[in-house]
Structure formats: C-alpha cells, structure tokens
Design a protein around this ligand. Structure first.
Ligand SMILES: Nc1ncnc2c1ncn2[C@@H]1O[C@H](COP(=O)(O)OP(=O)(O)OP(=O)(O)O)[C@@H](O)[C@H]1O
Ligand code: SF4
Ligand SMILES: [Mg+2]
Length: 369
C-alpha cells in the first residue's frame, strides 16, 4: 500500500443470505482512498452503496456477510476483525459514518449532548467536562452554536440535526468519514451549505471522505474520485473531472445525461429505461445488458473485465483489446432502451410538464418584480 493510501479495498464481495436466495449486493469491489482525499460512490437505489459502506465498518447486519476480498485500513485487515475488535479498534476512531437517515433516528428523550458523548465515553477515559468541551468544539466546527449541546432533537431543524450527526462522526478524529446520503432529506439551499462545510472540514482536518449518493450532481463539487456502481459492481472508477467530462461506461453516460441542468432545454432530460435487476438472480454476462443502449451479443454471455482507459477503470466489453469482443455483433435481443425509444415516450412527457411548470414560475417572478 502506498504511503499516502489510507484505505485499500480489494475484490470485496458482500452478500445477503436470505430465504429467497443469495442477494449479490456487492461483488469484486476494488478501490483506494488517499489521506485527505475524497471519493464519491454513485448509482441507482439498490446497487449496493450502503452495503459497501457497512462492509468497510465490518458492520453488515445479518443475513449479510462479507464473502471474500480484503479491506486494508492503514495496515488493519478489517475483514478479519471480530465484532469486539471492530468496535474497539476502528469504528468512530479510525472510520466513522453518517448513516443514511441518521438524523431521523436521534433519540427524542435525550439531549444532543447526551447522544454526542456516547462514542467519546466508550473510547476515551475523560471527565464529563472534557467530553462537553470536545463536543462543543465540533459543534462550532459544523457552524452550530454550543447551546445546541443542551437541546433536545425535536428543538432542531433538519439541517441542524444533520450537522449534529456530522459533528458526532468527527469527534474522535477518524482517518475516514463515510457520508451515506447526508443531505437527501434537506432542501437544496441547506444541502449546498452543508456540502460546502464538508469541503472546508476536509481541508482543515485532513480527513478522507467517502460520499454516497444516488445524486451525481452533488458529488461534482466534493469528490476527487468517483466510483459508479451498477447492480453490485463498480462499473467505472477514476478521477471525477475526467468521468464528468467524458464518461466511458454506457451506464455512466446515461446517468450523466439524466442530471437536470436548469440552464439547458429540459425536454432533453434523459432517464434510463427499465429497472435495476433483482440481485438474487442478476442478468447473465454484463449485469447492465438488458438496459444498455450499446449492448452487443457478447454482453449477454460474458462478464466484462475491467479495462484502464485514459487512466479510468471501466468494466465494459467495448474497451476490450480483443476486437472480436469489443466490436462484436450488435445485440439482437431487445433491450429496455430500444423498447422505450421505439414507443416514442422516451423524450419524456414528464420533462415537458416540468418545463411548462418552470415557464409559469418564471412569468410569476417577472410579475412580482
Ligand atoms: N438486510 C438485507 N437483507 C436482504 N437484502 C438486503 C438487505 N439489505 C440490503 N439488501 C439488498 O442488497 C442490495 C443493495 O442494497 P443497498 O442498501 O446496499 O443499496 P443502496 O445502493 O444503498 O440503495 P439506496 O440508494 O436505496 O440506499 C439491494 O438489492 C437490497 O435489496
Ligand atoms: S458490457 Fe455490453 S452491456 Fe455491458 S455496459 Fe458494456 S456494452 Fe453495455
Ligand atoms: Mg443506501
């Protein structure tokens, strides 16, 4: 592991062993994270983002299990830790997480301070006064008044609660903080403020951050690198700017095209036809083939390898050096993309409705002026 690398994940697979079968939620995930850098994990709902996060903390709940692979956290092999070791050695201290929906599960009967102090009390032998000082320091760091320490969760706004959760994740000065959909429940203005604060905190505290979201547009600002996930696979991995500018994987291409941009013609807003697959029985070959607009015959039969293209890793047959694969026959099977494109609904009635709505708002604003 290079000197500056704080986390190296290698071919990690985590499955849920359910009575309906084995859910292949994460397969062969590999990536690295440097000290002080950030990575964004994006992909549709159910593609395995949270499963990846829980695996890094060795906190996958049953029936989930890490099946194979390695997680090297600055010299500690996380996959080999017992529950007790994981709690004592890594969680909160080396790697902490702002859980998806965490602000909703703050206990209403205890004050903010009471809840913040828990991880500090577990890991450090300190007095109540010392714990309070540390909590107040981090409340200030996330732009909250120290008086929040004595308040109850119901006395706070959603944005304030989320800031408390972020401050708590920072208390033990971990090497890495994972943010799982940190701003999903908040309005766009609060979201932008919190994301800006996270950028600042990363610089000030020199911590590595892993952001998880299905919303690619908010990752643009905060991530050095991007990992795009589809159906349990990392399908594209590399420098965020490169991927935004020139997405290589057909799935990433469509995800990028689906980002609404208020400055462009909303009629052109795209979406990806079809739905993500059931991971108990994912599609053969490339898991994206039933929805891919560039699918070839080979895609249904053969799992693609991961190729490095312009410094970016892409799991797709289109980039194989073997031309009999990369230029194989176009798919003769029908994909969801073709079905919907053929039905001419693809341009999107919804897009038009939204577009008309926006025009109305614009007119109202002019009238108010
Ligand atoms: N406890 C569980 N038991 C069985 N299957 C599970 C469990 N938790 C998650 N899964 C399945 O594993 C897959 C990945 O789920 P995961 O929660 O990691 O997705 P996600 O990308 O975080 O989705 P979202 O964006 O909706 O949060 C899904 O198919 C999901 O149904
Ligand atoms: S391997 Fe085939 S189906 Fe999969 S993304 Fe590439 S072109 Fe599409
Ligand atoms: Mg999730």
């Amino acid at each position: 592991m290079a000197d500056n690398t704080v986390l190296k994940v290698d071919e990690l697979s985590t499955h849920y062993l359910t009575s309906d079968g084995e859910v292949m939620a994460l397969d062969d995930a590999s990536f690295e994270l440097d000290r002080g850098s950030s990575i964004g994990i994006a992909g549709e709902s159910g593609c395995g983002k949270s499963t990846l996060a829980f695996s890094l903390l060795k906190q996958v709940q049953p029936p989930g299990e890490i099946m194979s692979g390695s997680i090297d956290l600055d010299g500690i092999e996380v996959t080999e830790l017992s529950e007790k070791e994981a709690r004592r050695k890594i969680r909160w201290k080396r790697i902490s997480m702002v859980f998806q929906g965490a602000m909703e599960i703050m206990t209403p009967v205890y004050t903010v301070g009471h809840q913040m102090r828990e991880p500090l009390k577990y890991h450090k032998d300190i007095t109540g006064k010392e714990a309070r000082d540390i909590c107040e320091k981090y409340l200030k760091m996330v732009n909250l008044d120290r008086s929040i320490f004595d308040r109850y969760p119901h006395e706070l706004s959603g944005g304030q609660k989320q800031r408390v959760v972020i401050a708590t994740a920072l208390l033990l000065e971990p090497d890495i903080v994972i943010f799982d959909e940190p701003t999903t429940a908040l309005d766009v203005v609060v979201e932008a403020r919190i994301m800006n604060d996270l950028k600042r905190l990363r610089r000030e505290l020199d911590i590595s951050m892993l952001f998880i979201t299905h919303d690619l547009s908010i990752l643009a600002e905060v991530s050095d690198n991007l990992a795009i996930m589809y159906a349990g696979w990392i399908v594209e991995l590399g420098d965020a700017n490169k991927i935004y500018k020139d997405p290589k994987h057909p799935y990433t291409e469509k995800l990028m095209a689906a980002i609404p941009d208020i400055r462009t013609d909303i009629d052109r807003l795209e979406y990806i036809p079809g739905v993500p697959p059931n991971l108990v029985n994912p599609p053969s070959g490339c898991r994206f083939h039933p929805r891919c607009h560039k699918a070839m015959e080979v895609c249904r039969e053969m799992e693609p390898e991961t190729y490095t293209v312009d410094g970016v890793e892409v799991k797709c047959h289109l980039y194989s050096e073997d031309e009999s694969i990369s230029k194989s026959q176009e798919a003769t099977y029908e994909t969801a993309y073709e079905e919907e494109a053929a039905s001419e609904s693809y341009e999107g009635e919804k897009g038009k409705e939204v577009s008309e709505g926006l025009e109305e708002v614009a007119e109202d604003e002019v009238m108010e002026e």
